[in-house]
Design a protein around this ligand. Structure first.
Ligand SMILES: [Zn+2]
Length: 389
């Protein structure tokens, strides 16, 4: 029976669903406008609960999404990624009614080691050897604050141990450099990824981009997650920021020096301010009751009041939703906020040392066995570059 069913579905797919379009999310587009434009009932959006409506505001500009259509140009399915782990899935159920779900994005994780001798520049050579710009960018990000690229010279060696994701044969999402060893002028330097930060071999955090807390809060009402299964609701959820509960009117401060790039409303998020900082970071402040005297294009200092806490948009009570993005991708604000410890505590340090030993062993074996670099990738351009302002 299963076999017959499978055949049945294959035939339907072969005959009915004839085209798959890959499109790019436009600047300022919203899920609601998208549904309307494609003649899909807007109730799909209105029936979502507040948290999911808020999450639907997170579809990033330039995100690539897919639409599957049948012979008659009717939409059968839509997949819109929200984070590296979660996507919006719109499809027709057995009664031919559209349904909207948040579903996990399925991918495989692969660990790879790449070893190069610098001929031109670290970035260029890593790119040439891997054909993955995502990997070269991940290296630059990992080295930031610890390795001065100007000190790297021809003949220096770079070894990267990293984790990448593959989806439908293509590289997908971000790459994490788990360990890097770099030999500059015969001096070896190592960094390790642990608890979303980079540390040297002794567990001391390498200098990173840091932000201040944006508000004096009473408590954290919701933490950051890219995809987590809600056991009670029996479905997937994500929360791409931190919610700080605070009374309406509490001043909201810019987490760092930067430039205001958005002041206005953004559907689920209500009143929103966005600030662009150095090195590709942006911060988002949502559900604000009102704005301070600020406007787009204005420079702001760290700690400068930019707005006031409120409950606008899809919100259950006064709080600040604070989001941090690196090149338009939501990252855990805790990884860049100043509470991050610069030295690991005893318990973490023990765990960290195990990681160091395991990673070093892998790299040393790779060198000892004189293993070859992984095959060159066809880089799937999934990286979202910020427009310069
Ligand atoms: Zn929130």
């Amino acid at each position: 029976m299963k076999k017959i069913l499978f055949l049945f579905f294959t035939i339907i797919q072969a005959f009915a669903a004839v085209s798959m379009e890959e499109l790019t999310w436009e600047n300022g587009d919203t899920l609601l406008k998208f549904l309307q434009r494609n003649s899909i009932p807007m109730s799909l959006y209105y029936n979502l609960d507040k948290e999911d409506q808020e999450l639907a505001s997170e579809i990033a500009y330039k995100t690539k999404y897919q639409i599957l259509k049948d012979d008659n140009n009717n939409i059968e399915q839509i997949l819109i990624p929200i984070s590296d782990d979660l996507q919006i899935h719109i499809y027709k159920d057995l009664n031919k009614q559209y349904v909207l779900n948040f579903t996990p994005i399925l991918y495989n994780k692969e660990n790879r080691i790449l070893r190069i001798n610098v001929k031109t520049s670290a970035y260029q050579d890593v790119y040439e050897e891997s054909k993955s710009a995502t990997l070269a960018r991940a290296m630059v990000r990992a080295f930031r604050g610890s390795i001065n690229f100007r000190n790297i010279q021809k003949g220096d060696e770079i070894i990267l141990y990293y984790e990448q994701k593959r989806r439908m044969g293509k590289l997908f999402g971000d790459i994490i450099i788990k360990m890097a060893r770099i030999e500059i002028n015969k001096n070896s330097q190592e960094i390790f990824y642990f608890n979303e930060n980079y540390y040297d071999k002794n567990g001391k955090e390498v200098e990173s981009f840091l932000l201040d807390k944006p508000v004096n809060y009473l408590r954290i009402s919701s933490k950051f997650s890219t995809a987590r299964y809600h056991p009670v609701l029996k479905r997937y959820r994500a929360h791409l920021g931190i919610d700080y509960a605070a009374p309406t009117g509490t001043p909201v401060k810019s987490a760092g020096n930067g430039t205001i790039i958005f002041v206005g409303t953004q559907n689920g998020y209500g009143n929103v301010v966005k600030v662009q900082h150095a090195s590709g970071y942006t911060t988002l402040y949502a559900h604000l009751s009102r704005f301070a005297k600020i406007k787009k294009g204005q420079k702001v200092k760290q700690g400068q009041v930019i707005a006031y806490v409120g409950s606008t948009g899809m919100s259950t009570g006064p709080h600040l939703h604070f989001g941090v993005y690196l090149n338009n991708k939501a990252i855990n604000p805790n990884s860049v906020i100043k509470i991050a410890k610069t030295q690991l505590n005893k318990k973490d340090l023990d765990e960290f040392k195990k990681v160091v030993n395991a990673h070093e062993k892998k790299i040393n074996l790779f060198i000892q066995d004189n293993k070859e670099n992984p095959p060159k990738e066809e880089d799937f351009e999934n990286y979202i570059e910020l427009d310069s302002i």
